[in-house]
Design a protein around this ligand. Sequence first.
Ligand SMILES: [Zn+2]
Length: 278
Amino acid sequence: MQDLVNDFFIRHQSKLERLTAIAITLPGLINAASGVVHRMPGYDVQEMPLGETLSTLTGLPVFVQHDISAWTLAEALFGASRGAQDVIQIVIDETVGAGVISGGQLLHKRGRALVEIGHTQIDPYGQQCYCGNHGCLETVASTGSLLQLAAQRLTSQPDSLLHHQPLTIASLCTAAQQGDRLARDVIAGVGHHIGRMLAMMVNIFNPQQILIGSPLNQAADVLFPAVSSTIRQQALPAYSHEIQLTPTSFSDPGTHGAAALIKDSLYSGHLLVKLLQG
Ligand SMILES: [Zn+2]
């Protein structure tokens, strides 16, 4: 890794003077406190001490955080949940995950970083998930599972607008907005599954705001009513009746998550302590 780090710094030498800290956001199983990446989807990574290694090589404070947790922090500092003290942010994409802000603080900020909802069992008789369990939320609400379900149902719906075009999340959302029954049904189905999970979370965290970050937000007029009606049916009315359900400001958080980690550590004094220690 030393060569890669050296190459990077040689290439960006002109900007080095202004560098005070490094923040990295990535998917997988991460310990934000120790900077260890336990596992990462798509890469053969096991117990990689990323934070410590980079800090030793550069002499800089290094922050490592799960991408969804960092995105949740970015929305709280620069985006749709600015100023809110209690927020649940759910991300529906190839995986399903969540970040929680409780009392103005990101939950699990300095530990195992994700509110791991994707592998909560929704259907005990459902299909097997890659985690080994059956019927996880991710097997019924990830974008991959949604496309699979739409493809299965397409054979029995000859009138669907989804025939004669590639089946993608974008084409599914466009068809839903044009009133296609099949597209609307499968997206609403995801909304009901997500709503059931959120109803449980609402009863635990009593948030003032719920954010949804997803490519399915292109069909928000189908997805959001399904999510909110399920929450209202299944959560405590006193908790659910005033919740605002909104899309995230950033459809792709890009570097906002990493910037949020640095800003948050400045506010909390954590970065100053690290700089003094360094
Ligand atoms: Zn699973």
